[in-house]
Design a protein. Structure first.
Length: 227
């Protein structure tokens, strides 16, 4: 405890930071990748009870964890593709984020990113399968992307999408490399290096497959611009 604020709840397997929403505006998120299904459910339920006016999010869930969330948490929105679960009251969205991906293989990262953006208080607009191999598809969506406050560009292979997009729009672009590709793409390292070395101005890069990190940053930028 610090003053009048309860700063954490000890679950035995985790110490939930229930003061984070007060400090940052956003509740703690449950990373489910190394937790059991039961631990995910307990943590998500406890965070929802601690933040009755805000949605809470769990990411990187196993199939077992998603099934248990559906069973034990009525009202939870579970996304099998994005491997996320959201529990609680949706926020009023401020600002818009275009979540643009090169191909269908990138959709798990895209869906994680879109769920994060919504939980963190902005509106995601998913624009899928507009990779540069068929650049006419991207050009056809240019105006729609440019109308958003921020763009998240998700791509694997040689990861040219954010660089091309950076030459077409003036919004901030958050590039997300994915571990998708043929041959020796080194689990997304090739895409990450390509995005990190983009010649287009205004492109920022997060780690491989980090749709969550990109979604948090994009939502916070868009929220400020949408005020």
């Amino acid at each position: 405890m610090t003053g009048q604020y309860k700063t954490e709840i000890d679950l035995g397997f985790a110490r939930l930071d229930v003061d984070r929403a007060r400090r940052t505006g956003d509740p703690e998120v449950v990373f489910g990748g190394v937790k059991t299904a039961e631990q995910v459910v307990v943590a998500l339920r406890t965070l929802a009870e601690a933040h009755p006016d805000l949605p809470v999010l769990a990411t990187r869930l196993s199939g077992e964890a998603m099934a248990l969330c559906r069973q034990e948490l009525p009202g939870a929105e579970v996304d099998d593709v994005g491997r996320t679960a959201v529990l609680g009251v949706p926020r009023a969205a401020r600002g818009r984020v275009a979540v643009v991906c090169a191909g269908t293989a990138d959709l798990p990262v895209v869906r994680e990113c879109a769920a994060t953006i919504a939980v963190f208080g902005s509106r995601p607009e998913v624009i899928a399968d507009v990779g540069v191999a068929g650049i006419h598809r991207l050009l056809a969506q240019r105006d729609r992307i440019a109308e958003c406050d921020v763009a998240v560009a998700v791509a694997g292979m040689e990861a040219a999408l954010p660089s091309v997009l950076g030459g077409l729009i003036g919004s901030p672009i958050i590039a997300v490399p994915t571990s998708v590709g043929y041959g020796w793409h080194m689990d997304g390292l090739t895409a990450w290096l390509a995005m990190l070395n983009s010649c287009a101005p205004g492109v920022l890069t997060v780690n491989v497959d980090n749709g969550f990190g990109a979604g948090v940053a994009a939502a916070r930028i868009a929220r400020g611009m949408g005020e």
